[in-house]
Write a protein that binds this ligand. Structure first.
Ligand code: FAD
Ligand code: S2G
Ligand code: ZN
Length: 470
């Protein structure tokens, strides 16, 4: 082991090889606090060359390696297991914005650049990097790529995989693949970039990326809408699409339980509507400086929805302050959910046409399993993605933990029956690796394991994550 530590120190410098438990602590527990592991060391390289040296040292000593970005992942993929045999490779020091080309619409960055800084680098040249997540202040673009993150702009711009044109990756044997050409069209063989997007650190360490940037959308029209049901929310989505077309950029849902958590625990949060409702939608239209009339479009679509009985009331943002107040009702949910005790997260996709029936049917099923369980439901309903996160009945965290297996099994079975996905945007990590294998076909599992064996024959890259665990 000393040989390895010597090699790591000579690769990145003594200060960037952490072994003391106090120094290592933040790197071995995930954001949810569910996954706690132990690391042989935490290594913080400052360049692609240093990453390659670290990977080579681990490969030659057959030491498992866990790449880590901002450690905001929600499925335990960025932290080591409890064996204490793995090295955590943190990309946190690699924060250079390498190049911006507003005309070509490309932004080339190190993997350790925080998402908010990627957004700022695009805005600095009057462009938009559209991906937006509640964790954007600390998650890194390398982690976003490795998890193929989604967020609130997927409806208009797609998942991370639709926002990337090329990658730089250190392969499990230490070689560097430089795929940073950034061409919109390059049909010369397999799409290697897409292979690494969503690979959750199991096929290599992403060290750089060429991202797409888009025309800025400084104009917004935003509303928090009270709707009577999920079915009404889906109808409102159709009305919004009719009226707003390409300008529809956000369509999020939240149930009353989610809003109550925010009103109770998010300082300054205020319910913008008088009458309580069971369901709410945050809808936003976005356009360029030339796109006038977004407010009128929003008012017209809301009027149609009220007329059709698909909406009861709405608070329309009258300026940037009001806009961020409405957004905070949605974005605050994740943080505050932790305040009220144990939660059991489910990040599922359902066919949009089935969302209402699925949600209506799921409630009673869960009450059978654990009476009093609270399904705090919210998320990106515009792309079929619900965060169906269960809170324990008040004061009964242990009951939730005891029933977790049955509750999750009931949810996963209902998702599979509706031909949905048990992981919409957070990936599989450690939390869902086993479940995913059960819901993927043998052919899919075989193909994924064949790819893993081809790139990482010794199985050292993030070994207990995704469904590559043998
Ligand atoms: P980490 O947590 O450090 O790692 C995540 C995975 O990627 C691990 O498997 C790790 O091994 C791998 N990895 C990290 N960096 C690299 C690299 N450079 N090369 C190879 N592998 C790497 N996610 C969404 O999709 N949509 C949301 O709306 C959303 N909202 C969130 C809100 C909150 C409050 C929080 C806490 C999380 C949210 N997330 C969301 C989850 C999380 O932010 C994303 O999964 C994010 O992409 C993780 O980035 P990270 O840098 O923190 O990665
Ligand atoms: C979001 C965050 C994760 C969660 O807020 O969109 O992806 O389950 C989620 O709180
Ligand atoms: Zn989400």
């Amino acid at each position: 082991m000393t040989d390895l530590l010597e090699r790591l120190r000579s690769a990145v410098g003594d200060d960037h090889v952490l072994t003391e438990p106090t120094d290592v602590a933040a790197y071995v527990v995930d954001w949810t606090g569910t996954h706690r592991g132990r690391a042989l060391a935490v290594v913080r390289p400052g360049s692609t060359t240093e990453v390659a040296e670290v990977v080579r040292a681990c490969a030659e000593t057959r030491t498992p390696l866990v790449p880590q970005g901002g450690n905001t992942g929600l499925v335990g993929g960025g932290v080591p297991d409890g064996s204490g045999t793995a090295v955590v490779l943190s990309l946190g020091r690699m924060r250079t914005v390498r190049d911006v080309d507003p005309v070509a619409g490309t932004l080339t960055v190190d993997a350790g650049v925080v998402l908010a800084d990627v957004q700022a680098a695009a805005a600095a040249v009057d462009r938009l990097f559209p991906m937006s997540l509640g964790s954007e202040g600390s998650c890194t673009i390398g982690g976003n790529l490795a998890t193929n993150a989604g967020g609130t702009a997927v409806l208009r711009y797609g998942m991370t995989r639709e926002l990337v044109l090329g990658l730089e990756v250190v392969l499990p044997d230490g070689r560097v693949w430089d795929g940073l050409r950034g061409l919109r069209k390059d049909n010369t063989g397999y799409d290697l970039t897409q292979l690494f997007v969503g690979s959750e650190g199991t096929l290599g360490v992403i060290t750089g990326a060429v991202l797409r940037i888009f025309p800025a959308t400084p104009r917004h029209a935003t509303a928090w809408v009270a709707v009577p049901s999920v079915a009404a929310a889906v109808s409102l989505l159709g009305i919004a699409q009719e009226h707003a077309g390409v300008h529809l950029s956000t369509f999020e849902i939240a149930n009353r339980q989610a809003l109550d958590l925010v009103l109770a625990h998010l300082p300054g949060a205020v319910d913008p509507l008088e009458a309580p409702s069971e369901w709410y939608v945050l809808v936003e239209l976005a356009g360029s400086a030339a796109d006038g009339g977004l407010d009128a479009t929003l008012e017209a679509l809301l009027a149609d929805a009220v007329e059709a009985g698909r909406a009861m009331d709405a608070a329309i943002a009258t300026g940037p302050g009001r806009r961020s107040a409405l957004w905070s009702l949605r974005e605050g949910i994740s943080e505050v959910q932790k305040v009220e005790g144990a939660t059991l997260k489910h990040d599922v996709t359902l066919p949009i046409a089935d969302l209402a029936a699925w949600t209506d049917a799921m409630g009673p099923v869960l009450q059978e399993v654990l009476p009093g369980v609270r399904p705090v439901t919210y998320g990106h309903v515009g792309d079929g993605n619900l965060h169906y996160n269960l809170n324990a009945p008040i004061g009964r965290d242990d009951d939730l933990r005891a029933a977790a297996g049955d509750l999750t099994a009931a949810i996963h079975e209902a998702v599979a029956a509706a031909h949905g996905s048990i992981s919409a945007e957070h990936g599989l990590g450690r939390t869902k690796a086993a479940a995913a294998a059960a819901y993927k076909s043998d052919v899919e599992v075989d193909l994924m394991r064949a790819l893993k064996r081809a790139l990482d024959p010794d199985g050292l890259m993030n070994p207990s994550v995704l469904l590559t665990a043998p």
